[in-house]
Write a protein that binds this ligand. Structure first.
Ligand SMILES: Cc1cc2nc3c(=O)[nH]c(=O)nc-3n(C[C@H](O)[C@H](O)[C@H](O)COP(=O)(O)OP(=O)(O)OC[C@H]3O[C@@H](n4cnc5c(N)ncnc54)[C@H](O)[C@@H]3O)c2cc1C
Length: 469
């Protein structure tokens, strides 16, 4: 660094790949010193999951946005505990700004780094991250974390007065950064390591902050009003599809909350905001139970006699169970990195109850394939569906995949989109192709298991587990 110019301050971007409503960035700009904007991809994180891929595109979009202001995003790969101190030392920086992370690994890294940087004489300014409520803040009158969503959301809503989202800082000054060699935004090696489906996913997605806002405004204009009635029907364009943007932070729940409040859609608005509330609830649960993705929150499930069935698991993963709605969902996931919420519930129930496979196998598969994979929402929802979560659907409530299909995809439009072998089926046969008489689809498997037999097996396993516990 030139000794006469002011030393830069570092803004470390993580799950907050945006310029607006970014308190760390705004505070760094307010410091009056030039910025180094930094993203650190941890070692070994070379795009092996759908989220890695989504994040890499999103990082590139943030870099473009910063370039429009005359700056750029400096990308490094490796351990943050090594890179950040070295960068700060080289640049003579005495301040670093970041928005908090709440996942167990991120939290542990940040705690260690904060102590290390303090020893170096660097001030760490850490500010609230990408939630409406930091996970430890919504508590019962007795000061306890809530175990039930309804009570959690009532308490959270009672105290809800969210400050207006921050605008993009009107001007930003940047310092050149040659302290460490930074890597390309999408290193070639990472591109080569992408799973086969990643390029195919590209047409389904946009990655930039302004794309997230365009999507929100389109959703508010066209779908919010009827959200409560339509959200369970996967062929309707009825939900926001904001989850990947929320995951990597191109949009904040506060921005969503204010936009929805301004739109004034009564039922649709409050139902939609309560779904944002489920995300908040998931993070508060993860805060209390950092091992939620591996441990049954109800210990009685520890004795559940799960089946080990690699072939069954592979058929579920590939979308070839012979149950059209389940297969449509699993193929939508493989091709786009997303799946409609109702269908996520159906496929989760199918894996855990019809195939009697441990919910953790499903959680891991979703972690690998979802572009919106969220370390709080994913295990919470898997445990909810398996019955092993703090608040969950009881295990004995077994979703019938045929009835779910008839109810939520009555004309089979969703199934036809993702399971083209069945597109020629007419009428109700789309839900039960094995009963079709007029047209026999070729290349589509028979059901992996009979619904009645699977249901009885699941209930017997559950009773055995209850007796054991
Ligand atoms: C087995 C299973 C696994 C899931 N894994 C994830 C995951 O890894 N990441 C993830 O973001 N969501 C997960 N969900 C929740 C939900 O399916 C998605 O959030 C939703 O489908 C995203 O679509 P959307 O943005 O159009 O949702 P919308 O209906 O438009 O809802 C708006 C937002 O509310 C939040 N939300 C909605 N439903 C839920 C819910 N049940 N739990 C928590 N937050 C919710 C999401 O942030 C979502 O973007 C999972 C659900 C199930 C059943």
């Amino acid at each position: 660094m030139d000794k006469t110019s002011p030393s830069p301050v570092v803004v470390w971007f993580r799950d907050d790949l945006r310029l607006a409503d970014n308190l760390a960035l705004t505070n760094a700009v307010r410091s009056g010193q030039p910025l180094w904007c930094v993203f650190i991809r941890s070692a070994g994180q070379a795009c092996t999951t759908a989220l890695d891929w989504w994040q890499a595109q999103s990082v590139q979009a943030l870099d473009h946005a910063l370039r429009a202001y005359g700056g750029r995003l400096h990308l490094f790969t490796g351990q943050a505990e090594q890179i950040l101190p070295e960068l700060l030392r080289e640049g003579g920086c005495t301040q670093v700004f970041w928005n908090r992370r709440y996942d167990p690994a991120g939290k542990a890294t940040d705690t260690r780094l904060k102590a290390q940087l303090k020893q170096m004489g660097v001030a760490v300014h850490s500010t609230p991250g990408s939630l409406l409520h930091e996970p430890w803040t919504v508590r019962s009158k007795a000061g306890q974390p809530f175990q039930v969503f309804g009570a959690f959301w009532r308490a959270a809503s009672a105290t809800a007065h969210y400050p207006a989202p921050l605008p993009v800082p009107p001007s930003m000054a940047f310092a050149p950064c040659q302290a460490l060699p930074d890597v390309q935004i999408l290193p070639d090696a990472a591109v080569q390591n992408l799973p086969g489906w990643a390029e195919a996913m590209r047409p389904y997605h946009a990655f930039a902050e302004q794309d997230a806002h365009a999507q929100l405004h389109d959703f508010i204009a066209h779908a919010l009003q009827n959200y409560a009635q339509d959200r369970d029907f996967p062929s309707r364009d009825a939900t926001s599809e904001l989850s990947p943007f929320l995951r990597t932070g191109q949009i904040t729940p506060a921005q969503i909350w204010h936009a929805v409040a301004a739109a004034g859609a009564q039922d649709g608005g409050s139902k939609f905001l309560s779904e944002i509330g489920w995300r908040e609830f998931a993070w508060s649960l993860l805060w209390e139970h950092p091992d939620m993705s591996t441990r049954n929150l109800r210990p009685e499930f520890d004795t559940m006699p799960w089946r080990v069935d690699p072939k069954g698991l592979a058929r579920w993963q590939k979308g070839s169970t012979g149950y059209p709605l389940v297969d449509a969902g699993m193929r939508q996931l493989w091709q786009t990195g997303l799946m409609h919420n109702r269908v996520r519930m159906v496929v989760a129930s199918f894996l855990v109850k019809h195939l009697l496979i441990d919910w953790r196998e499903g959680e891991r598969w979703f972690a690998h394939t979802l572009v919106d994979y969220d370390p709080a929402s994913n295990p919470m929802n898997w445990q909810w569906n398996a019955g092993s979560g703090v608040e969950s659907a009881p295990f004995f409530r077994i979703m019938n995949p045929i009835l779910q299909s008839q109810k939520f995809d009555p004309d089979g439009a969703y199934i036809r989109t993702w399971v083209p072998e069945l597109a020629g089926l007419r009428g109700p046969d789309i839900h039960t192709p094995w009963q079709a008489t007029l047209f026999q689809p070729t290349g589509y498997p028979s059901p992996i298991v009979d619904h009645g037999v699977a249901r009885a097996r699941a209930l017997a396993a559950w009773k055995a587990q209850k007796n054991e516990a």
